[in-house]
Design a protein around this ligand. Structure first.
Ligand code: FAD
Ligand code: MLT
Ligand code: ZN
Length: 475
């Protein structure tokens, strides 16, 4: 159990009784799960690295039901773990002990979509990919995209402030989310579900819940601004001989592609080796220490292709790039994207994964991988780096045959100290969840953490919402 590995003690919440189960069965008959086998996958995270022992999962369909559940749990002092698609990578999505799992799996209705404004309003449990498909039929797309799109819920995306593959172009959810409906710990529903681009009336309360990882309230509905589906998409997958060249290629492509650049991702040769070995994918570009994926999205394919070709000619001629391929048709674009998107999955086939998600000044990004590799030597199986280079976001991952406490001690706090030295962030996009909450001080001041604790105490005075997560335990 997670609690044993991490030495965490259960807080004095009530334990779920037969009477509690009977109550929930009355308000949502047939949507109360107590069967141990059925509960298993919801107690373990996607990485299979943390595991709780919840004995109860609830599947509300409406905001009113979420309110009823929380009002009851608040009175009974029962702890609750909000859960979406359970694809979170920081251990925040599963219980640590016996918290009740409150799943948004049945809250999957689209409320409205306005084709003039591009504003979508939906329930929190809508799966990201389903929303994308719905919008694409109408000529729009979601402003975010990530490898977990087939399982993650929009509520989970908002709760983690997920970044992903389109952030470079469309910005973070802090800009595209226009409104939220949230149920607070005591069961009261907070309606901030505005669908306005501009609204300066008082504090922007929804921001408090974006990235709050289920600790301040349960997000039940989301209003989000969606861009037009670009008419022309091109992808270039390129090989670079050094990280310095990856950086120079970025500068050059920003200058030459300008407004049509929509993604700039990178991966090192280790990542490529593992997606090829474990997932049997094959890359048309080979033998390079680094690979970059450049996507353009625009409205005029002739114009975009001309720009991209000019850029590629220059990049090749100046030796920034030594090999490459370009895709304009949807199928080849998807195949090339999967080399990058499926790294996360490939790593899980390589052993236990120690996952770090770091923001750094872009010029320093890969030094952390090199330094970590040198420090760990043969005690790690593989050390690799990939990520959203255009956003200054490195995914440093280390694999080993199995979990080892001594390897973890060699990695942490080394990685966090290194990051803090360059004023980086120890969580760029995955959140602190359970695994990183004790390290928040590497990225936030004492005063900031104290204020966060005040907010938590004000909104959830009994601390029933996702306890043991995001904020450091006081002892
Ligand atoms: P869960 O995993 O269920 O929950 C995550 C957190 O949010 C938990 O703390 C949970 O308590 C809370 N939560 C969930 N729903 C609610 C709600 N309705 N109200 C309040 N709190 C809630 N992340 C990125 O940022 N960028 C990426 O590119 C990216 N790629 C990924 C690729 C893969 C293959 C995987 C497995 C994960 C990836 N992630 C990425 C991690 C990312 O955090 C999640 O995929 C996603 O945002 C979480 O959504 P979810 O519905 O699965 O939430
Ligand atoms: C990604 O960019 O692929 C995701 O954030 C997942 C990961 O870091 O592995
Ligand atoms: Zn990422």
């Amino acid at each position: 159990l997670t609690s044993e590995r991490y030495g965490v003690r259960r807080l004095p919440f009530s334990r779920v009784s037969d009477g509690d189960v009977a109550f929930f069965e009355r308000i949502m008959p047939g949507r109360v799960i107590t069967n141990a086998e059925e509960l298993k996958p919801f107690n373990v995270d996607w990485l299979k690295s943390v595991r709780g022992c919840s004995k109860l999962m609830l599947k509300p369909q409406t905001t009113a039901e979420v309110s009823q559940v929380l009002r009851y749990c608040y009175e009974r002092n029962l702890a609750v773990n909000p859960q979406g698609g359970n694809t979170g990578l920081a251990g925040g999505s599963v219980p640590v002990f016996d918290e009740i799992i409150l799943s948004t799996v049945l809250m999957n209705r689209i409320t409205s979509f306005d084709k003039v404004s591009g504003i979508l309003v939906c329930q929190a449990g809508c799966i990201l990919e389903k929303l994308s498909e719905y919008l694409e039929e109408q000529g729009f797309i979601m402003p975010l995209d990530l490898g977990a799109k087939g399982s993650c819920h929009i509520g989970g995306n908002v709760a983690t402030n997920a970044g992903g593959l389109r952030l470079l172009r469309y910005g973070s959810l802090r800009g595209t989310v226009l409104g939220l409906e949230v149920v607070l710990a005591d069961g009261s529903a907070l309606d901030c579900l505005a669908s306005l681009r501009k609204d300066n009336t008082g504090y922007d309360l929804k921001q408090l819940f974006i990235g709050s990882e289920g600790t301040l309230g349960v997000i039940t509905a989301v209003s989000i601004l969606c861009p037009q589906k670009p008419k022309a998409v091109n992808l270039a997958f390129l090989g670079c001989q050094s990280f310095a060249k990856v950086l120079e290629t970025f500068t050059t492509c920003r200058a030459m592609l300008g407004e049509i650049l929509s993604a700039y991702e990178f991966m090192d040769e280790k990542c490529m080796e593992l997606v090829e070995r474990h997932l049997k994918l094959s890359s048309p570009v080979t033998d390079s220490p680094f690979y970059v994926l450049i996507e353009t999205s625009g409205s005029n394919s002739t114009h975009d292709e001309e720009k991209l070709n000019n850029f590629l000619e220059q990049a090749m001629a100046s030796g920034l790039v030594t090999d490459g391929t370009v895709a304009t048709d949807e199928k080849k674009i998807k195949t090339l994207w999967s080399l990058r998107e499926r790294i996360t999955e490939a790593l899980t086939h390589d052993g236990y994964v120690y996952k770090y998600d770091i923001s750094l000044p872009v010029g320093k990004l890969y030094d952390l991988v090199t330094d970590t590799r040198a420090r760990l030597g043969p005690s790690a199986k593989n050390v690799m780096g990939y990520g959203h280079l255009g956003d200054g976001n490195l995914h440093l991952n280390i694999t080993a045959e199995s979990y080892s406490h001594s390897l973890l001690d060699a990695i942490e706090p080394f990685v966090y100290e290194w990051t803090a030295r360059y004023n980086g962030s120890i969580s760029a996009e995955h959140g602190l969840g359970f695994k990183k909450k004790q390290f928040i001080q590497y990225s936030k001041s004492k005063e900031a953490i104290l204020l966060m604790q005040h907010f938590k105490a004000m909104l959830d005075p009994k601390g029933i919402l996702n306890p043991y997560k995001m904020l450091p335990s006081s002892s």
